[in-house]
Design a protein around this ligand. Sequence first.
Ligand code: HEC
Length: 334
Amino acid sequence: MLSRLPLSALKNAGAFGASRSTLQAAGARSFTRVRFASSSSGASNAFQSLINSRASLVSATLFSAGSIAWYTYLYGSLPFVGEVHANSPAEDGLHPGVYPWPHKGLFDTFDHASIRRGYQVYREVCAACHSLDRIAWRNLVGVSHTADEVKAMAEEVEYQDGPDDNGEMFQRPGKLSDYMPPPYPNEEAARAGNAGALPPDLSLIIKARHGGPDYVFSLLTGYIDPPAGIEVRDGMNYNPYFPSGAISMARLLFDGLVEYDDGTPATTSQMAKDVVTFLNWASEPEHDERKRLGVKAVVIFSSLFAISIYVKRFKWALVKSRKIVYNPPADKAH
Ligand code: HEC
């Protein structure tokens, strides 16, 4: 095909102007020509002049240098350059173990009995300090409790409502639509009650921490005496899973702290597992539905894909198996 192109087309089709001469000098003339022969001359001229101009070479270099500088500024080093970190497990926190959560698999839902027990642990232990702002009473209905149970639990809490006809605010028992009551009216009160530390809202804590449920489980069950050489300030507690090792929250879960309705022995690790399952649900209430829909979507879309392949081949069969025969007219000249 190249041989049919007029020579001028080959000439117009630019090779790198500056580098062409070098390449030519290196005897690579035919290579440069062949390479650009098929591109249209206008486009390649624009390309050529872009590459040729020194300014753009300089700016390309600056751009690369800038990207590298910015990347190293953001992430400390380039991804392919090994480095020695000055931080240690003591600063980052010990990496939590990997636990076999029943809801971990692709087709697994939450263990709802565990969510129910976990709610009890949250209510009886954690709710003294931690809020759960994003969960309303109605969210528990059909997940861990019946509607009647949740209504009864909500009614035990007084909510401020109003104003009434006289412009006064008033107290009323909770309804399904109310959100979980916070333990403190505001952040300042929360800090004042916890020696300056703020107990974070637990609604999204599983999503908000590296390691998710594994981390929170390890944190709750990981309190130990500080190792030799480590001093923990008064009012702080040693926990190797917490970054820095010193956490203001003391160990809270001890065997037999709550009494489960379903008779499950309330060991420390059982309560930790249940409360983490509950918090995991609070972070991802859509979890079960998401997996159910996901399976349906995969099944439906892969069947549709298979059918569409079949239909495509069916429709194209005629075209693909067509044979074009050319019968030259009989030569009548002679
Ligand atoms: C006596 C108050 C109190 C109780 C009760 C309490 N916490 Fe905490 N919690 C805190 C405080 C204070 C912090 C902040 C710790 C810090 O920043 O040093 C905290 C932090 C946390 C954190 C975040 C740790 C991190 O990585 O930042 C989690 C998770 C947590 N608590 C879970 C729980 C769970 C689950 C319960 C119930 C079993 C519970 N807490 C009960 C006071 C409490």
